[in-house]
Design a protein around this ligand. Structure first.
Ligand code: ZN
Ligand code: ZN
Length: 252
């Protein structure tokens, strides 16, 4: 199994997870044209995708889903709550899944789990090829015991490090937005990501990347320092997904 990111942050998120003949696009927050450009950078084209899976209905995760699904005739998977918001436009093949029930997409096993975030029915995922597990967690306001259980023992983790709490507090956002981002249904700070990682079983962990960094209220160095403090590794062992450049393929 391998994964890559087309980019991550408030201006758009999209992740590729591939195993065997199956290549899943998790979220598509970029326009269809921009997504095609970023796919090409990773050696992929839209017609090589198997499906699009959606975490939740915020624009930075679904802006390009409808157009891409129509152009390449891709099935789209989303919870009933996400579908109820109806921001996808016409999608010919739309599947529902329970955020508590694993399902198969070709050669990949997909285990969703619900997360606290200000959307209708947001969830995040563990993808598995049957042997290895890749845990993905972004857009989550706080850690829960269920999240800890799901992400423990993963071989690779993509973990939200949205903001540094002090940079957010001292930043230019209006108070209401600061409360939303920093709240229990907002986004994980570096310190929250660090505390969550401390609660996980990490004996199998061989890949760790920080995702969904705020461009205004965080820096790659701060995110790396928070996560490497837990792992006792060199800072540069921790990957950081760039909003523009994404993340190149990594084998799990
Ligand atoms: Zn987001
Ligand atoms: Zn969100």
């Amino acid at each position: 199994m391998r994964f890559a990111s087309l980019g991550s942050g408030s201006r758009g998120n999209a992740t590729l997870i591939e195993h065997g003949a199956t290549c899943v696009l998790l979220d598509c927050g970029f326009s269809a044209r921009e997504t095609e450009r970023r796919l090409a950078r990773l050696g992929k084209s839209g017609d090589e995708l198997s499906a699009i899976v959606i975490t939740h209905e915020h624009g930075d995760h679904i802006n390009g889903v409808g157009a891409l699904a129509r152009k390449y005739d891709l099935p789209v998977w989303a919870t009933a709550g996400t579908q109820a918001v109806d921001r996808l436009g016409r999608v010919d093949t739309l599947h529902s899944f329970s955020s508590h029930q694993a399902f198969a997409l070709g050669d990949l096993q997909v285990q969703p789990f619900p997360v606290p975030h200000d959307a209708r029915e947001p969830c995040q995922f563990v993808f598995s090829d049957g042997a290895r597990r890749l845990g993905i967690l972004t857009d989550v306001g706080c850690a829960t015991a269920h999240i800890v259980e799901q992400l423990s023992g993963c071989d690779a983790l993509m973990l939200e490090c949205n903001h540094d709490a002090e940079l957010l507090q001292n930043g230019q956002y209006p108070p209401s937005l600061k409360r939303r981002v920093g709240g229990n249904q907002g986004h994980l700070s570096n310190a929250q990501a660090e505390a969550l990682l401390r609660r996980l079983e990490t004996g199998n962990l061989k890949q760790l990347v920080a995702a969904h960094l705020s461009e205004k209220h965080n820096t790659p160095a701060l995110a790396r320092a928070a996560l490497s403090a837990v792992m006792g590794c060199a800072d540069d062992w921790v990957g950081v997904i760039d909003q523009d450049d994404g993340l190149d393929w990594r084998e799990v």
